[in-house]
Design a protein around this ligand. Structure first.
Ligand code: GLP
Length: 243
């Protein structure tokens, strides 16, 4: 893994936004995989600034988000789709038709997962997959456990993950859906290149295990070690346990 350590979260975000902008300049029809969570928010804000300065053009870019809550439609205020509208899509010139999302409100969630997997294949796969890492080592919503799913699938969320996401649902864990849809580890690992961002001391132990630890389903992010093109953008706090 190519590990890059920056002084502050702001510097990390600027470097990651520049990395994404450069990929779009090189390939204007880039297929970009996107995460939610607090980790990418500053990067998304920086991408909006670069766009406002006409330094990045999203008009040919296609995006696939990693995951969505089950039972939650695109217009629900707690949806990841709404989060992306607020933090990125609303401030760049990405054509709405180029935005792909799992529909958490679909009648048949298994069919929705199969549809999503097929549409990633039809786009030629993901060129650049951005990732965050959950406090328990999850990527997307691939939760730690005895087994992991390869493809886009339904997943039961862990209590800690529901708590971490409660802010999207008015701070009430009881309102966070128990189930979600997520790209699988295999879906993620089929991407041509992967960049994971983590900031803050809360992520330091997971980051250390992800990079230096053994491959284990109990830390889904550890499987990124099997991919040839992974970059990890960290601030000093998240990198603190690496030495
Ligand atoms: C959610 C998302 C993940 C994200 C994680 C970390 O669970 N499904 O894709 O990586 O949160 O969130 P944060 O960046 O807020 O720590």
């Amino acid at each position: 893994m190519d590990v890059r350590i920056f002084q502050t979260p702001e510097e990390t975000a600027r470097a990651l936004a520049a990395r994404v902008a450069e990929a779009i300049q090189r390939k204007p029809d880039l297929v970009l995989g996107l995460p939610t969570g607090k980790s990418p928010v500053a990067t998304y804000a920086e991408l909006q600034r670069l766009h406002a300065r006409r330094e990045v053009d999203f008009s040919g870019v296609r995006t696939f988000n990693l995951d969505e809550f089950a039972g939650v439609g695109a217009s629900h205020p707690g949806s990841f789709r709404r989060f992306m509208d607020d933090h990125l899509f609303g401030g760049v010139n990405l054509p709405p038709a180029n935005i792909q999302f799992l529909n958490g409100a679909a009648d048949d969630l298994d069919a929705e997962c199969a549809r999503y997997e097929a549409s990633i294949d039809a786009a030629g796969g993901i060129d650049l997959m951005l990732l965050g890492i959950g406090g328990n080592g999850h990527v997307g919503f691939n939760e730690p456990g005895d087994e992991l799913a390869a493809r886009t699938h339904r997943v039961l969320l862990h209590e800690v993950t529901r708590r971490d996401n409660a802010a999207l649902f008015g701070g009430e864990i009881g309102r966070v859906p128990r189930e979600a849809l997520s790209m699988g580890l295999g879906t993620i690992l089929r991407s041509a290149a992967i960049v994971l961002v983590a900031t803050g001391q809360r992520k330091a132990a997971c980051v250390q295990r992800m990079i230096r630890g053994p491959l284990t389903t109990h830390l889904p992010a550890s499987f990124l070690q099997t991919h040839r093109h992974v970059e990890v953008f960290l601030d000093q706090a998240a990198a603190a346990q690496l030495v």
